[in-house]
Design a protein around this ligand. Structure first.
Ligand SMILES: Cc1cc2nc3c(=O)[nH]c(=O)nc-3n(C[C@H](O)[C@H](O)[C@H](O)COP(=O)(O)OP(=O)(O)OC[C@H]3O[C@@H](n4cnc5c(N)ncnc54)[C@H](O)[C@@H]3O)c2cc1C
Length: 499
């Protein structure tokens, strides 16, 4: 019946003269620069604002469907008028790929797909594609004492996050968000609907988990959940601003040495930021131990022994949800239906499969010490992904297109226009961040550095991005793309198949 409706609609799509008219005829709520359907919410100019204000793309129309049939109709209309399609969930793409990464795409905003349920028997969570991480965490914990591994910012949308990885402070213990996907409901490029899992359309399931934005428009997820920890020991160790570049490199090296055998219930994050602007401490290590205080003390002891004696520390036992709030600097987890936060930034990532050697660390900390006149405020976050006990590293390397399983550390290099993030981002900022990145990678030419597709860097050509995000998995992704989306309907400048 659904297929029949789709075919009837497809035949009638030709009767309209513009894409927005086609959407309106199919009863898809839509906002355009000139008109809004009665069923749509809000105003076009406000609705298309990206999280990253640096990249204000203007879509041809913004569909805001409420049903799977409307999603399907939107994709069919786009096909009829030759428009590229991008899905938007939380809109937090660093490159505004949720707006298509260009002007003129059809954006399908999934914000009205708000299902949030957990099955009392199986503890499997069903989550609509428009939900944000903070709402999901709160609901799972409060209704069932359950949790998912996911990122630290509660405003991030589940879809982009889960389809391209999804790392947070429980990931070494439970895996990435992507690892917990049991099945996905998805609308394909020809408008058909599929439920995909390891046993249904397994090739698509493989491709969607790592490169989802290129393969379909996910409407709903089913996730395996975990019993939430009762408490976390949240810690923060700060090194004095007088710490020399050599001593900083030694601290980083000691942390890497410790990380190889760190238990899976320990999250470790090194944080280094611009010395030029007063944003708080410049160099510190933070994270959480999901266990008792006594367990934390004995686990962390070898690391403390390797660090300078004048390290300042803060250690606090917090209930699970309070720990999540503390990772967000006190910001609350539940999110408003109409999200209004924005930043103005450029970021990129370096995924290293092995420890950074002395040359790389000396170069990096030396570069930072010399960067007193950086054109933008910046920070680098180095998250421990791997080590012998990590669930990320020990997952099935070939089981999904996500290629980040080999990561030992993932470094995120983040810069903002100005402290308030209200001014324009200067072009020299990108050059500076590229140089900062090269200060890490160039001294270690033999290492196969990669990048994280959730920290998408739009300055890469498609070819470079494909290699950095997917490595050897790219060829299989390309063959699936050619089969399920030969006309490249789902598109952004770095989508699978873009040359
Ligand atoms: C402030 C901030 C904090 C962050 N913290 C973390 C963190 O702690 N850990 C981490 O791993 N990452 C983190 N990220 C990165 C984040 O995971 C990615 O930016 C993620 O892709 C955002 O997903 P979204 O749905 O909000 O974004 P969107 O811009 O809506 O989408 C991102 C991409 O996914 C596609 N997409 C969206 N919805 C769908 C759908 N339904 N079907 C198919 N494709 C879809 C879009 O087309 C786009 O290509 C953070 C980002 C920001 C801005």
């Amino acid at each position: 019946m659904r297929l029949l409706l789709q075919l009837v609609f497809l035949a009638s799509a030709a009767a309209h003269t513009t894409l927005p008219e086609c959407l309106l005829a199919a009863s898809v709520p839509v906002l355009t620069p000139s008109s809004s359907s009665p069923a749509s919410a809000g105003n076009f100019t406000t609705a298309i604002l990206p999280f990253n204000l640096r990249l204000p793309y203007v879509p041809v129309a913004l569909a805001v469907p409420t049903t799977v049939l409307q999603v399907s109709a939107a994709v069919v209309c786009a096909g009829h008028y030759g428009a590229k399609v991008a899905a938007r969930s939380g809109g937090h793409s660093y490159a505004a790929f949720g707006l298509g990464g260009q002007n003129g795409s059809l954006v399908v905003d999934m914000k009205r797909f708000r299902t949030l349920e957990v099955d009392a028997e199986t503890q499997v969570a069903t989550v609509g594609a428009g939900r944000r991480l903070g709402d999901i965490a709160t609901y799972l914990f409060e209704s069932a004492g359950r949790a998912l591994p996911h990122g630290l910012c509660p405003g991030v949308g589940i879809s982009g996050h889960a389809l391209h990885g999804g790392f947070g402070f429980t990931s070494r213990m439970w895996g990435t968000t992507l690892d917990t996907i049991l099945s996905l409901d998805v609308v394909l490029a020809n408008g058909t609907f599929r439920r995909v899992s390891s046993t249904q359309h397994a090739d698509l399931f493989w491709a969607l988990r790592g490169a989802g934005s290129s393969f379909g428009l996910v409407t709903s997820f089913r996730f395996r959940t975990f019993a939430a920890p009762v408490n976390g020991v949240v810690y923060n160790y700060t090194f004095p601003s007088s710490t020399s570049p050599g001593a900083q490199a030694a601290i980083f090296a000691a942390t890497q040495g410790f990380a190889h055998s760190a238990p899976s219930n320990l999250a470790v994050r090194l944080f280094l930021r611009t010395p030029a602007i007063e944003l708080g401490p410049q160099f510190f290590v933070s994270g959480v131990f999901w266990g008792s205080r006594a367990g934390f003390d004995s686990t962390i002891a070898p690391l403390l022994a390797a660090w300078p004696a004048d390290t300042v520390h803060g250690v606090q036992e917090l209930p699970y949800l309070d720990a999540l709030v503390s990772f967000n600097n006190g910001g609350q987890l539940p999110q408003p239906k109409e999200y209004t936060e924005h930043g103005t930034f450029f970021a990129k990532s370096v995924v290293t499969p092995e420890a950074l050697g002395n040359a790389s660390l000396a170069s990096f900390f030396g570069f930072v010490a010399d960067a007193t006149d950086a054109p933008v405020p910046w920070w680098v976050i180095a998250d421990l992904y791997g080590g012998a006990n990590s669930r990320i590293s020990n997952g099935d390397a070939e089981g999904a297109s996500y290629a980040g399983r080999t990561a030992f550390f993932t470094l995120q290099l983040y810069s903002i226009s100005d402290v308030a993030q209200t001014g324009p981002y200067p072009a020299e900022g990108i050059e500076f961040m590229d140089a900062l990145s090269r200060s890490i990678t160039e001294p270690q030419g033999e290492t196969q550095f990669m990048a994280y597709p959730n920290y998408v860097d739009p300055t890469y050509s498609a070819e470079v991005a494909h290699g950095l995000y997917y490595g050897e998995k790219y060829e299989r992704l390309l063959s699936i793309k050619r089969r399920v989306d030969p006309e490249m309907r789902f598109w952004n400048p770095q989508a699978i198949g873009v040359e």
